[in-house]
Design a protein. Structure first.
Length: 182
């Protein structure tokens, strides 16, 4: 009995320290309300043929992190910019086109223009033509990549910090303000 009592006394301070602070609970509640939607701009440099697949991959990454719902409107978006770093033809028979593509994913606020986080992924693709090579580079993007989790977590932290600063400045009343709509 004395041993059990001693163990409980040792565990009690750790249990008290592990209790979340009230402001942490508020931050977590705010973070849970954040909705991010994927968006590929009309002016995007992503070829038309690859856009549906890339958009689907972005949706999957957001769903994995629990920040997307069925709405098609939110002030927070995940978008992408791509740059072909290298392209050419293989020396094989038959010759194939290859591309090395840099995909930079951004999470930002459409309303204020604030960029919250970004991550860059470089992928390679090979195909019969350069569009097929690009499409195959998109297929190399894995939605389970830890970079997506870091991208979204960083954005959520920065979004909460920004909203708290705006609330502290008296720009809105948190009880009646929907963080996802502008």
């Amino acid at each position: 009995m004395k041993k059990i009592f001693a163990i409980l006394l040792l565990c009690l301070p750790m249990a008290v320290m592990a209790q979340p602070r009230p402001e942490d609970a508020t931050d977590a509640t705010l973070a849970e309300k954040i909705i991010i939607i994927p968006h590929i701009a009309i002016t995007s440099d992503v070829p038309d043929r690859a856009q549906p697949l890339l958009l689907d991959k972005m949706k999957q990454a957001l769903l994995r992190q629990g920040v997307m719902d069925s709405s098609d409107r939110s002030r927070f978006i995940l978008t992408v910019r791509s740059n072909v770093l290298e392209e050419g033809m293989t020396e094989t028979t038959p010759a194939k086109a290859y591309q090395k593509v840099s995909f930079t994913f951004y999470i930002g606020d459409v309303d204020s223009g604030i960029l919250f986080s970004s991550k860059n992924l470089i992928r390679k693709g090979v195909g019969d033509d350069k569009d097929q090579a690009y499409l195959n580079a998109v297929k190399q993007i894995q939605t389970t990549d830890p970079a997506f989790k870091r991208l979204i977590e960083e954005a959520k932290i920065r979004i909460v910090e920004t909203l708290k600063a705006r609330e502290d400045a008296g720009e809105f009343d948190k009880e009646s303000y929907d963080i996802n709509w502008w």
